[in-house]
Design a protein. Structure first.
Length: 185
């Protein structure tokens, strides 16, 4: 009888340990994996156009661009800078403190980050914060994409127009430099 109680107690301890391990694993997998994905997206945007990204972050968060450039020079990745700005805004902590919280978050997930800044993972506040941060990120990326498309479209058109207007292969002009080929009188 005593042996059965020991076995039951041992099984209960093993079951509890298993459940606890699953809970810790859930904090770094599943829903929380998207933090790494979002940081990667910001980092990729920084690789494409770091200055443009820092300008957008500067405007969005009302932070001097020189401060953000300095963080970048110190070796902080664009994703860490974005996350620090979000943390600073959400918690009203100074950016210098928020960057320390954002540093090294990669691989941990939203739940761990939320706990770090004093928010209960899974709470309404937690989900609202994630949504707000995602909206900021989406807005910034959308604007950057639009600007890239506009500048790429403008360059291509301008290059084509300059190549085609007012210059034939025989060296004669197509008009009088006002673009319509009429005399203007």
């Amino acid at each position: 009888m005593r042996k059965n109680k020991k076995i039951i107690a041992l099984l209960a301890i093993l079951a509890f340990s298993f459940i606890a391990a699953m809970g810790l694993s859930a904090q770094t997998t599943g829903e929380d994996d998207d933090l790494d994905e979002e940081l990667s997206l910001v980092n990729e945007a920084g690789e494409e156009d770091l200055e443009g990204l820092l300008i957008k972050l500067s405007v969005e968060f009302n932070v001097d661009i020189l401060v953000l450039q300095d963080l970048s020079t110190q070796g902080y990745a664009p994703g860490e800078i974005w996350l620090a700005l979000e943390i600073s805004q959400a918690t009203e902590k100074p950016l210098a403190e928020a960057i320390l919280l954002a540093d090294g978050v990669e691989g941990h997930g939203w739940g761990i980050l939320a706990q770090t800044i004093g928010i209960t993972p899974g709470s309404a506040e937690f989900h609202a914060l994630k949504l707000k941060w995602g909206d900021h990120q989406g807005k910034i990326f959308k604007e950057m994409k639009q600007e890239r498309e506009n500048s790429a479209g403008g360059k291509g058109k301008g290059e084509n127009d300059n190549d085609d207007e007012g210059d034939d292969s025989d060296g004669e002009s197509n008009g009088n430099n006002n673009g319509n080929g009429k005399s203007g009188k």
